[in-house]
Design a protein around this ligand. Sequence first.
Ligand code: ASP
Length: 313
Amino acid sequence: MIDEAHFSLMIHGGAGALDNVKDQKTAVRYLESIRQILEQGREILSLGGSALQAAESCASLLEDDPLFNAGCGSVLNEDGKVEMDAAIMDGRDLSAGAVAAVDNITNPIQLARLVLSESEHVMLIEDGAMRFADHCGVKRATEFYFYTPERVEQLKQAQLKNKMMLDHDETDEGSEDQKYGTIGAIARDMNGDLAAATSTGGIVNKRKGRVGDSPIIGAGVYADNETCAVSATGYGEDFMRTVISKTISDFIWMQKMDAGKATAAGIEYLRRKVNGRGGVIVIDRNGNCASGFTTKKMIHGWIEKGGETMVRF
Ligand code: ASP
């Protein structure tokens, strides 16, 4: 149904204190990357592209930027290997595709999209997902594509301390001064259709086989044309336990909230129930944009109803 011919787009590049972004130059790099990717998404949506296409495309661009913990910038697990999770959801019919614990794939979000469109399943993991990638003719990346010097050093530090870390900028355990660098993209197109995409390398020094919230429908990602599109970033276990993305959608459906109110209610629930750490971006069916986080900051940006491009730390 075409109610209003406008589009909205939001993307994020992780939540946390972002104390690692100490110098102005690095901060500008983050903000510029977010801004440029939003502009590319604007082009897709303003030319009549679908929300699904915009979400996938923006998520792919974020995966291609080593600044973020997804795709080529993915953090390393306890074995020093990349294991990535991603999911994409189409609000038109609740179709969804997800992959978990995949490696050597340049853009896991594109593999998730193939699971959505080319398989009868919602989620494929590990070897099975890789076999499906081969079946679809997805090109494998070389291992060297992923191992940025920062990620190798980060794993070394985590292993020296003998603990898991959440992306860069680890401080005291339990402190909020951490950055959770997952990426996400959500969109409402000019037809009023919604879509959401989330992709991550997960947690530094995580156990082999650990899967976070990002590929779990209703936890790290959700889209339903009747309510909203959501992408989450933060401590995955907190989001899985609160099914945070679906919870926000339910606030809209059951309590007739808009994006702003539902996001505030979702963040309050996350904090109250599990003291959850992280944040969400939300676009409701009318194109209203909202964000909320329990960490000090979240890198994100948006274009609301075709308006100005906004970028926030
Ligand atoms: N949510 C991701 C996970 O737990 C981490 C992140 O947001 O950076 O795998």
